[in-house]
Design a protein around this ligand. Structure first.
Ligand SMILES: Cc1cc2nc3c(=O)[nH]c(=O)nc-3n(C[C@H](O)[C@H](O)[C@H](O)COP(=O)(O)OP(=O)(O)OC[C@H]3O[C@@H](n4cnc5c(N)ncnc54)[C@H](O)[C@@H]3O)c2cc1C
Length: 500
C-alpha cells in the first residue's frame, strides 16, 4: 500500500478494538460513536485529499526507495525545495481543519522521519535500535499510518523524579525484560487523538535523573495492543449539537487521553531506546526531532491565528465597529501578529542548515521564537474576539429559533448587523466566534497553544540559555565600551592640554 484513502483509514479503525474509555463507558464502536464520528470524518477527508488531483502536487511525492506515492511528511528534507514541499503539506492540511487540529498525521510522520534520518543516534546504544527505527519508519510510511504520541509523565508529584514517585510505576517504565521484548507498566500523557489513530509512539522530553533508568524508554505499538487502556478527558461536545449552532466544536473535537500500560508487551523490533537515561535525555538535543515537528506546528499555528484574526475582522465589520480607532488598534495587533509569525516561518525555511546526515533543518531560532510568541499571541487573539464581540456573544439564539415561522420577524429584525448584514449571517458569525472564545472547545484550543510542545516557561529559559551559549560576548557592546574609553582618554588629554 502507499497513500490511503479516507475509507481505508476508517476500515483500519473498524478492524481494531482499542480499549477506549469515555465518561465511564467503554467505547466499542468508535466510528459510529457521536463524539468520535465527525472528527473521524474530518481525518478521513485529509486522507482523501491525498488522492485529489487538486491537492496531490502539494501533499504527496514519489518515494525514492519504493517508487510509490507517499505523504510529504515522510520526505527526508535535503534542501530548500524539500522544506517547501513539506510546508505545502502542512499548509494544505492545516487549512482543511482551520489550524484547529494540531495532531493531524503529518505531525508524527515528520517526527518518525526525523528519528529514522538520525538512526545513528539510536545505533550508538545498540545496532538493533538503529535498525528498528528505520524499519518502523518504512512500515508507517508504506502503510500510511496515523500515530499519536505520549511524551509526558502524569502530573503526580512534579517535584520528584520518576523513580521517587510514591507508586513505583506511576510513570511508564519497564517492569520485565524477556527474550522477545519488554513488558511495560504505568501511565503516560497526553495522547491527543489516541482513540482514532493506528499506532502510538512513546518517547520523552529530556527529564531523566540517575535512578530513572527503567523509565528512559522509547517504543511504538499498535493502538489496540493488549493491556493498553485509553482514558479520554470529558468531551467538549456531545456530537449531537448542530453544526449551525457550533460550526467548529461540532466538527473538530481533538480528543486528549491518558494512556495506561497494564503490563504491555513490546517486541524488540519496536524498541528504540531501552532503559538508558543518557539516550532518553539526548534524543531531543542531538537529533532534529524537536525541529521538524516545530516547522509543522508553526505553519499550523499560523493558519489558526490567521483564521481567528479573520473571524475577529469579520465580526467587527458585521456590527460596524471596525471604524473605531480602539477596535482598529486591536485588529491591527492581530494582523501584525499573523505577519510576524509568517515572516518567522519563512526565515526558518530560508535559513536552513544541512546536518552531517544530509538532513535539511529549518533554523531553530525563528521556530523557537514562534514557540515563545504563539502562547501569548493566541490567547490575546481570543481576548480580542471576546472584547469586540462583547454582549453579542451571549445573546445569540439558535438555528431552531430561526426555523420557527411565528418568531421569524423578530429574528430578522433584532439580530441584524450593520446595513447589508442579515440576522442569520450575523448570528452565525457570532456563533463561530463563540466556539473559539467561549465554549470549552475553544478553551482547549487556548490550552493547546500554551502547552502542546512543552512548558512555555521552561522553553523560554532554555531559549535564553542557548542564546547565551552561542553569544559568549556581545561584540557591539564591547566595541562601544572600548570606543567610549578611548574617547574619554582623548577628552581627558584635551582637557589637560587646555589647562597646561
Ligand atoms: C491540549 C493539549 C494537547 C496536548 N497533546 C499532547 C500530545 O499529543 N502528546 C503529548 O505527549 N503531550 C501532549 N500535551 C502535553 C504537553 O506536552 C504538556 O502539557 C506540556 O509538556 C506541559 O507539561 P504538563 O502539562 O505536565 O505541565 P507541568 O510540567 O506539570 O507544569 C505545570 C506547571 O508547573 C510549572 N512547572 C512544572 N515543573 C517545573 C519545573 N521543573 N520548573 C519550573 N516550572 C515548572 C510549569 O511552568 C507549569 O506552570 C498536550 C497538552 C495540551 C494542553
Amino acid at each position: 500500500m502507499s497513500i490511503r484513502t479516507g475509507e481505508q483509514y476508517i476500515q483500519g479503525l473498524k478492524s481494531r478494538q482499542p480499549e477506549v474509555w469515555l465518561g465511564g463507558e467503554r467505547v466499542t464502536d468508535l466510528v459510529n460513536h457521536p463524539v468520535f464520528k465527525q472528527p473521524i470524518k474530518e481525518m478521513a477527508r485529509l486522507f482523501d485529499m491525498q488522492h485529489d488531483p487538486k491537492y496531490q502536487a502539494d501533499i504527496i511525492h514519489i518515494c525514492e526507495e519504493t517508487g510509490k506515492r507517499v505523504n510529504n511528511g515522510f520526505l527526508i528534507p535535503r534542501n530548500a525545495e524539500d522544506l517547501e514541499a513539506r510546508r505545502r503539506l502542512f499548509e494544505v492540511w492545516a487549512e482543511a481543519t482551520y489550524g484547529l487540529m494540531g495532531r493531524t498525521p503529518d505531525f508524527l510522520n515528520v517526527v518518525v522521519t526525523s528519528m529514522a534520518t538520525n538512526d545513528w543516534f539510536f545505533r550508538q546504544y545498540g545496532e538493533r535500535y538503529g535498525d528498528n527505527i528505520i524499519n518502523y519508519y518504512r512500515y508507517i510510511r508504506d502503510n500510511d499510518l496515523f500515530l499519536t504520541h505520549a511524551i509526558v509523565n502524569p502530573q503526580n508529584d512534579r517535584s520528584k523524579a520518576s523513580h521517587e514517585q510514591e507508586v513505583e510505576y506511576a510513570h511508564l517504565g519497564v517492569c520485565k525484560e524477556t527474550e522477545d521484548g519488554l513488558i511495560v507498566r504505568g501511565a503516560k500523557m497526553l495522547a491527543t487523538l489516541a482513540p482514532i489513530t493506528d499506532e502510538v509512539i512513546i518517547y520523552s522530553y529530556p527529564s531523566f535523573k540517575p535512578g530513572d533508568e527503567k523509565f528512559a524508554i522509547s517504543f511504538a505499538l499498535p493502538i489496540d495492543a493488549p493491556g493498553l487502556r485509553i482514558y479520554c478527558r470529558e468531551e467538549t461536545q456531545s456530537g449531537t449539537r448542530s453544526t449551525w449552532d457550533h460550526p467548529l466544536a461540532s466538527r473538530f473535537e481533538e480528543m486528549d487521553a491518558l494512556l495506561v500500560f497494564d503490563d504491555v508487551f513490546v517486541p524488540w523490533e519496536r524498541v528504540f531506546i531501552n532503559q538508558n537515561v543518557e539516550a532518553g535525555n539526548l534524543l531531543y538535543p542531538k537529533t532534529g526531532i524537536n525541529l521538524q515537528p516545530s516547522h509543522q506546528s508553526a505553519v499550523r499555528g499560523l493558519c489558526k491565528l490567521s483564521f481567528v484574526t479573520d473571524v475577529a475582522c469579520s465580526l467587527a465589520d458585521s456590527i460596524g465597529v471596525d471604524g473605531y480607532l480602539n477596535v482598529q488598534n486591536l485588529l491591527s495587533e492581530l494582523i501584525q501578529a499573523v505577519e510576524t509569525i509568517r515572516a518567522l516561518v519563512r526565515t526558518a525555511e530560508r535559513e536552513y542548515s544541512i546536518t552531517d546526515q544530509g538532513e535539511a533543518l529549518p533554523n531553530i531560532v525563528p521556530l523557537e521564537t514562534i514557540r515563545g510568541l504563539l502562547p501569548k499571541m493566541y490567547p490575546r487573539a481570543i481576548e480580542v474576539l471576546q472584547t469586540i464581540g462583547a454582549g453579542g456573544l451571549l445573546m445569540s439564539p439558535t438555528g431552531a429559533d430561526f426555523a420557527r415561522p411565528e418568531i421569524s420577524d423578530d429574528m430578522n429584525k433584532y439580530y441584524a448587523g450593520r446595513s447589508g448584514v442579515s440576522s442569520e449571517k450575523r448570528v452565525r458569525l457570532f456563533k463561530l466566534a463563540w466556539d473559539l472564545c467561549g465554549e470549552a472547545f475553544g478553551q482547549r484550543l487556548v490550552q493547546y497553544e500554551r502547552y502542546y510542545s512543552g512548558d512555555p516557561v521552561r522553553k523560554m529559559g532554555m531559549f535564553y540559555n542557548v542564546h547565551k551559549r552561542n553569544n559568549l560576548s556581545y561584540p557591539l557592546v564591547e566595541r562601544v565600551l572600548e570606543e567610549s574609553l578611548l574617547l574619554s582618554e582623548e577628552h581627558q588629554e584635551q582637557t589637560k592640554q587646555l589647562h597646561s
